[in-house]
Design a protein. Structure first.
Length: 76
């Protein structure tokens, strides 16, 4: 899906530097990474408001996922 955005010259220059650094292959990759980072920050803020942190949340999610896999394996 294509999306068009307008950037200030400073933001465009920053975007170009990121691509030229060869860490990213395209402007789109830089923008996608920035959006992922914002999503992670939002999740961390929400978890913090609930008295949790992302690391604890991930550990608990892995624990629950493992328990579900074990349970599912036992049913087969």
């Amino acid at each position: 899906m294509n999306v068009s955005i307008e950037l200030t010259p400073e933001l465009l220059e920053y975007l170009e530097r990121k691509v030229k650094s060869r860490r990213y292959k395209s402007r789109s990759e830089v923008v996608r990474e920035a959006i992922r980072m914002m999503m992670k920050a939002d999740l961390e803020r929400i978890l913090e408001e609930k008295g949790l942190d992302l690391e604890k949340f991930e550990k608990e999610r892995e624990k629950v996922s493992g328990e579900l896999i074990e349970k599912k394996s036992g049913e087969i």
